[in-house]
Ligand binder design. Structure first.
Ligand SMILES: Nc1ncnc2c1ncn2[C@@H]1O[C@H](COP(=O)(O)OP(=O)(O)OP(=O)(O)O)[C@@H](O)[C@H]1O
Ligand SMILES: [Mg+2]
Length: 617
């Protein structure tokens, strides 16, 4: 009898090993996004076709790879991220196994392009079934693009196990969201079959959560934040009324890595306790940071399960922190965090850290990296956008004025909207003059200190919400022109404008096609300067076209944004007291007063106690 044991050829061994890491297109999405994050990118774009079955591509502006590294990156166990077994317990990158690219190359056709800042050309490598097919220099910007095509083209059995496109796309979006949420200071976009699904500008954690989970959460997030020597927690939980019937918007991140933990979920559910119905699920996005030595990440190939050195402390800490946050916002009866018995009796809390332990943790450079890594939460602290309510109580929807109905004389000032609601003006001393700085910022005193409003950003928000109401069936009044002007456009613009005519009519612009690429301006919104209608429309079209690559937005949405941008009073414009007051009042009856439609802040709160502190008071 001959010997029967044979070594598997490399590519088959690789395919088998890949099975653990790459189970579906979404697994590749996760791995490629994490590599881009590890490469220090500030902009990461994900493109998928056919729910990732045909294409998953991630383009980043990170540090890129040398020619040799680009080639090496596809080798199994090839990594730049750890060097020895000790490092495994101090991991600060998302990757560390050196498996992901090797696995992807074993089950798909891959094209990698990468360039480092210091090199003049990049490297392009094509590889399939673990075999390099082509390698050549390529001209490109710094960064890396990895395209994975035709997943499982060489493993038909696994291809047949893939689910329908909607289901695979859902998995992709889940992975995308998990990475995007934990790095709010990185720009992310997701394009699926040419349609942009997400376009996430850089911002605070809160802004990122709202961008991803929707505006409904905007005023409904409770800030969670506790720090100890042992661990930190920060993030947000949804107010109890936002709890949903299906589990979904629940996220735990440990040292910025998304994890699944039924145990910690139980801790949060316990904190909500009687505040929500038994069968409903609160939203949460909670970030736990602790010394990596207290964790084992390497328990599962996808790294979504981790082991804590002391699970009980983490449980008690998470629960207390959430209870405390809910109590602080007077959502549950006040609890004293210090005295919460569930945490108090634990050794780690009741017995002080030994000095040895303390110094060893505090001096570990990795620990420091992690504790400084809470960037999102620091940004959050700085912007403090949440206390606008200190200034005004929102006017109930039904009492809000229909601002578009305003009719004003033709010669109106820059900001002419006279507030219609007076009965609900809260806490405003009408006689206290407002201050305009640099013809751009309006300073308003409020109970908590003062806020500084950016007049252009604020007005953009006001107009945008007014326009939404207008297209929702409460059209803006049109002022018919006495001497209708005509305007001639380029052929391409004629097509664009023609499509927009019906919506423009709702928004107060009455335009009629007049043949030969010409339109007649029959009327304009009553509260917009007359005399420069032509320029206004041209500028609006310009902006609209600028948005036109943004497939995420509908035509109407693009139009609203363009118009708001075009009509907003600009920075540098002197405003009268009356104009400033109207602007402030209109801003705070907006549904989302704190950001422009494009996510820029409209105002910043300065706290009196912080000023006092600065002056040693
Ligand atoms: N987008 C990228 N930009 C720069 N370098 C990259 C990029 N993607 C991968 N690399 C390099 O290729 C190596 C291999 O990547 P791969 O994802 O296979 O392994 P890893 O990230 O080190 O570990 P893991 O398997 O846990 O993800 C990385 O260690 C990194 O040096
Ligand atoms: Mg990796």
């Amino acid at each position: 009898m001959p010997d029967i044991i044979q070594l598997l050829p490399d590519n088959i061994a690789n395919q088998i090993a890949a099975g653990e890491v790459i189970q579906r297109p979404a697994s590749a999405v996760k791995e490629l996004l994490e590599n881009a994050v590890d490469a220090g990118a500030t902009e990461i774009k994900l493109v998928v076709n056919d729910a990732g079955k045909a294409l998953v591509q991630v383009i980043d502006n990170g540090k890129g790879m040398s020619e040799t590294d680009a080639r090496m990156s596809f080798e199994r166990h090839a990594t730049s991220k750890i060097r020895n077994i000790e490092d495994l317990f101090h991991i600060k990158t998302m990757g560390f196994r050196g498996e992901a690219l090797a696995s992807i190359a074993a089950v798909a056709q891959v094209e990698l392009k990468s360039k480092r800042a210091e090199e003049t050309t990049g490297t392009c490598i094509e590889i399939d079934n673990s075999v390099v097919r082509r390698q050549e220099p390529v001209a490109m910007e710094q960064g890396t693009s990895i395209a994975m095509k035709n997943l499982f083209f060489n493993v038909p059995a696994r291809r047949n196990f893939l689910k329908s496109n909607p289901s695979e796309l859902r998995h992709i979006m889940d992975e995308f969201i998990r990475v995007a949420m934990s790095f709010p200071d990185i720009f992310f976009s997701l394009t699926s079959n040419g349609q942009q699904v997400f376009h996430l500008e850089r911002g605070s954690l809160k802004q990122r959560i709202v961008q991803i989970l929707g505006n409904n959460y905007n005023a409904k997030l409770v800030n969670v934040q506790e720090q100890t020597d042992y661990m930190n927690i920060y993030g947000f939980v949804g107010k109890p009324e936002t709890a949903k019937k299906t589990r979904g918007d629940q996220y735990f991140f440990v040292n910025n890595r998304f994890i699944k933990s039924a145990y910690l979920n139980h801790a949060v559910m316990g904190a909500f306790d009687a505040m929500i119905a038994k069968d409903s699920f609160p939203m949460y996005a909670l970030f736990i940071d602790l010394d990596p030595a207290q964790l084992d990440i390497n328990v599962h190939p996808t790294k979504q399960e981790i082991k804590f050195e002391d699970e009980k402390i983490v449980y008690a800490f998470v629960q207390s922190a959430v209870k405390h946050a809910l109590a602080q916002f007077s959502i549950s009866p006040t609890l004293d965090f210090e005295l919460d018995s569930s945490i108090q009796h634990l050794d780690a809390v009741s017995k002080p850290f030994s000095d040895d332990r303390k110094t060893s943790i505090a001096s570990s450079s990795l620990y420091n990296t992690f504790s400084q890594k809470n960037q999102a939460h620091f940004i959050e602290n700085k912007s403090e956008l949440k206390h606008w309510r200190d200034f005004y109580e929102p006017v109930p929807k039904e009492q809000r004025p229909l601002t578009g109905d305003m009719l004003e004389p033709a010669t109106t000032p820059a900001y002419d909207h006279v507030p219609l609601y007076t009965e609900k003006r809260q806490q405003v001393q009408d006689d206290s003059p407002l201050q305009q700085l640099h013809a751009t910022y309006i300073v308003v005193q409020n109970d908590a200190g003062f806020i500084v409003i950016h007049q252009q950003n604020a007005h953009e928000r006001i107009l945008y919400e007014r326009f939404i109401k207008a297209v929702d069936g409460k059209p803006i009044a049109i002022q018919q022109s006495l001497f209708p002007q005509t305007m001639e456009l380029a052929a391409a613009d004629v097509m664009v404008l023609t499509e927009l005519l019906p919506d423009l009519h709702y928004l107060g612009y009455h335009l009629e096609p007049f043949g030969n690429n010409t339109f007649v301006i029959q009327g304009t919104p009553a509260d917009v300067d007359q005399g420069n209608e032509k320029t206004a429309i041209e500028k609006m079209l310009e902006q609209y076209k600028h948005f036109s690559n943004d497939l995420k937005y509908s035509k109407r949405e693009k139009l609203l944004r363009s118009l708001a941008w075009q009509q907003a009073i600009k920075a540098g414009k002197q405003l009268t007291q009356k104009e400033m007051k109207s602007l402030v009042e209109d801003l705070f009856i907006c549904a989302s007063p704190n950001i422009t439609p494009n996510g820029k802040p409209t105002y910043t709160q300065f706290k009196k106690y912080e000023l006092d502190r600065m002056f040693g008071r």
